[in-house]
Design a protein around this ligand. Structure first.
Ligand SMILES: [Zn+2]
Length: 265
């Protein structure tokens, strides 16, 4: 169909003339940026690289400009289904823009991504990059990708072997879980994780239980087995990784805890 006819016909729709823009190829900047989020040496990310090479942008996502859906060119973009979880996230810091890059997990043969300037309405045509970071490249024992300080790490051991590592950066108020099986780092929203921790610790005082912000302040008060148990509980409700049975580390119980446990019985 002639493009001008299509624009006229769509005159009354909110997507006036938009059909003519899709499908389109990724711009070189979009393509390079998305591939940067998907390191080749990590299988969980590597398997996504083929979509970046093969597919086209078939429509806008629900957030509008900068948020797009990548799929086979004949696909009609579905922006109605619930948003899939974030697979990869990073930031390009420049003189005139901070560009956040988000790629979500594959859902029914389409991939949603967002490349936006968090400092302004649009991405300037020319900018000088200062630095860039993402969570995809992180592996255990490395510093936090944002602040370069060591995060707190808790190794979660699967019965069938291979670990998952829970990492918490107090200064950036971020937590994520790294799955050793595919190398993917899944970001975890603090509120739901904090709820799971409060339930596990049986903390009901609303001042503590409802204030997820306290999680980072109080992190030192929770042991590795506490954080492991909280993650296992959280992961049952909002699955990030396949854990199977988890081996809990044996902990030394202090005399005080032993006395306290006698009173709880
Ligand atoms: Zn950090």
């Amino acid at each position: 169909m002639d493009v001008s006819v299509m624009a006229q016909e769509g005159g009354r729709s909110p997507h006036n003339g938009q059909q003519a823009l899709f499908p389109r190829a990724l711009t070189p900047f979009e393509r390079a940026t998305l591939l940067w989020l998907l390191p080749e040496d990590k299988p969980g990310y590597n398997e996504y690289r083929k979509y970046i090479s093969m597919w086209k942008v078939v429509g806008e996502g629900r957030r509008g400009s900068g948020n797009y859906i990548l799929a086979e060119p004949s696909t009609i973009a579905d922006a109605e289904s619930p948003l899939p979880q974030v697979l990869a996230y990073g930031m390009i810091e420049a003189d005139r823009a901070d560009i956040s890059v988000t790629l979500r997990e594959l859902l029914e043969n389409q991939l949603e991504f967002e490349i936006v300037n968090v400092k302004g309405e649009t991405i300037p045509e020319h900018f000088t990059e200062k630095r860039r970071w993402n969570f995809s490249l992180w592996t255990p024992k490395q510093p936090c990708p944002i602040c370069c300080r060591p995060p707190r790490e808790v190794t979660i051991r699967r019965e069938i072997g291979s670990d998952a590592t829970l990492a918490v950066c107090v200064s950036d108020r971020r937590l994520w879980i790294c799955d050793a099986r595919d190398g993917v780092n899944h970001l975890i929203p603090v509120t739901n994780f904090h709820n799971a921790l409060m339930l596990y610790k049986n903390i009901r005082d609303p001042e503590r239980a409802l204030a997820a912000d306290n999680f980072f302040k109080d992190l030192h008060m929770f042991s590795d087995p506490d954080l492991t148990a909280a993650f296992v509980h959280y992961n049952k409700l909002r699955k990030k990784v396949d854990l199977g049975t988890v081996l809990f580390p044996k902990t030394k119980i202090t005399l005080l805890e032993r006395v306290a446990s006698l009173f709880r019985k």
